[in-house]
Design a protein around this ligand. Structure first.
Ligand SMILES: C[S@@+](CC[C@H](N)C(=O)[O-])C[C@H]1O[C@@H](n2cnc3c(N)ncnc32)[C@H](O)[C@@H]1O
Length: 238
């Protein structure tokens, strides 16, 4: 029986794909990919494969995920070799659960292939360690938007007082509210913060500021690509 591969494309640079995902793309017959997956990675797909940009095709509508699941199952039922390619690591904010469930319900076998998540890639690009002995003992990967795309309902006090490194995904739109929530919960306004746009790609941009100043710094920079925010004492310049 043919198996669907739910694979991570990493942060953008093709060198950061796993060898396994690169091999899968080279012999795939159908690839369904997110809009985060760029041209340099799409070039690695077999020339004869059908490539479906589900980001473009399904758009931002609230039923988009249902439609992606439908397309995925439809592709799998053809019996062809199918790869569902997601930005970064599919297990981090990848809507993986919904797609695995759709495949399970259709009785289709699958395998998850990890990728490098944006936080790991960003830290490497910045030459920082997200954890640091006696400085940062935890990493908190959080989303910057909540249900209905409003501010997420995190336990801000726990995050502010944990003293670890925060990695905020999808935080551009609500950054002022996210930072205000952390400040109100007692986080040090002067902890170092970094915004990295299009990490690992040639257009990569890095912005540094104290956490309290980051919303203003970001607004001035007006990013157009994906941005990851990091904040915490481990990011201090040395
Ligand atoms: C829907 S989430 C997907 C995360 C992905 N599964 C991962 O593991 O990196 C999209 C968010 O990931 C972050 N992101 C992904 N790739 C990025 C990159 N190359 N540079 C900066 N941020 C990135 C941004 O915060 C973006 O809004």
């Amino acid at each position: 029986m043919v198996k669907v591969f739910l694979a991570g494309a990493g942060p953008g640079a093709p060198e950061l794909l796993t060898l396994k995902t690169a091999r899968l793309l080279a012999c795939a017959e159908i690839v369904l990919h997110d809009s985060l997956v760029g041209p340099a990675i799409l070039e690695l797909i077999d020339r004869d494969a059908q490539i479906i940009d589900v980001g473009k095709r399904c758009g931002q509508a609230s039923n988009a995920q249902t439609e992606i699941c439908r397309l995925l199952v439809e592709a799998a039922l053809t019996g062809k070799r199918v790869v569902r390619l997601k930005g970064g690591d599919p297990v981090i904010f990848g809507r993986l659960t919904e797609e695995m469930e759709a495949l399970r319900q259709a009785g289709i076998a699958f395998e998850v292939v990890p990728g490098i998540t944006a936080a790991s890639a960003a830290a490497a690009a910045l030459n920082v360690s997200l954890t640091q002995r006696q400085v940062s003992r935890s990493v908190h990967i959080i989303t910057g938007h909540g249900a209905e795309y409003g501010l997420p309902a995190h336990n801000w006090t726990a995050l502010a007082l944990a003293g670890g490194t925060l990695a905020i995904y999808m935080g551009t739109k609500h950054l002022p509210g996210l930072v205000a929530s952390l400040l109100a919960a007692g986080i040090d306004p002067q902890i170092p913060a970094i915004a990295i746009e299009r990490a690992t790609l040639p257009e990569q941009r890095i912005l540094r500021a104290d956490l309290a100043q980051m919303p203003e710094t970001l607004a001035r920079a007006a990013p157009t690509g994906p941005v990851l925010f990091l904040a915490g004492a481990a990011l201090a310049d040395r």
